[in-house]
Design a protein around this ligand. Structure first.
Ligand code: HEC
Length: 165
């Protein structure tokens, strides 16, 4: 290797090494630091979990798919519980208390309608549940968020009709 080439190789290695050591010099995270966890906003959780569950529950009822409606009602309950766990308070309002105060009664009525496989009762109870979505939005200063009974399915890959046994 010529002297010129050798000095080029050496100087290049010095540059590479100094870049590497600069990278290493960045403050490492303390060993006991927990990774920053993602905390979705209440509006995100409503959009990601509560809203699709509410939609699917409505579509299940419209198709008289009672087994699936029971499943989806439970999922909706859990979606509310998880939202309240992540956001116990929204602004100054206790979300956990408000969820129980607004949704408990209509959800029980929906459950009774599902158990009795009664489409008319389901439609009435589901309508009341939908009104309580809006009651809570109004109570929390989010009255611009208006929920309605779904008119069509936004899920083209899912069949909401009862499974033929
Ligand atoms: C306990 C009160 C409460 C109940 C009950 C509730 N919501 Fe909400 N919802 C909120 C609040 C508060 C926000 C605004 C959150 C924010 O802006 O971060 C919200 C926001 C939303 C949003 C986001 C709006 C958007 O377009 O981005 C949707 C969708 C929504 N709710 C759907 C529902 C549905 C469907 C139900 C009923 C099954 C429901 N919510 C019941 C309190 C509630």
């Amino acid at each position: 290797m010529s002297i010129k080439l050798l000095s080029f190789v050496l100087s290049t290695s010095v540059v590479v090494l100094s870049i590497l050591s600069a990278a290493n010099a960045q403050t490492p995270a303390p060993a006991n630091a927990a990774p920053q966890s993602y905390r979705p906003g209440l509006g995100d959780l409503m959009t990601m979990t509560v809203q699709p569950r509410h939609t699917k529950l409505g579509l299940a009822g419209q198709e008289k798919n009672w087994a699936y409606a029971a499943y989806e009602l439970h999922e909706l309950e859990e979606a509310f519980e998880r939202a309240a766990r992540v956001w116990p308070t929204y602004r100054t309002v206790s979300i956990a208390d408000l969820i129980v105060a607004t949704t408990k009664e209509p959800m029980e009525a929906v459950s009774e309608a599902i158990k009795s496989a009664d489409a008319a009762r389901f439609a009435a109870a589901y309508g009341r549940l939908t009104e309580t979505c809006n009651a809570c939005h109004q109570a929390t200063g989010r009255g611009v968020v208006v929920i309605q009974v779904p008119k069509a399915s936004p899920f083209p890959d899912q069949d909401f009709r009862p499974v033929k046994q």
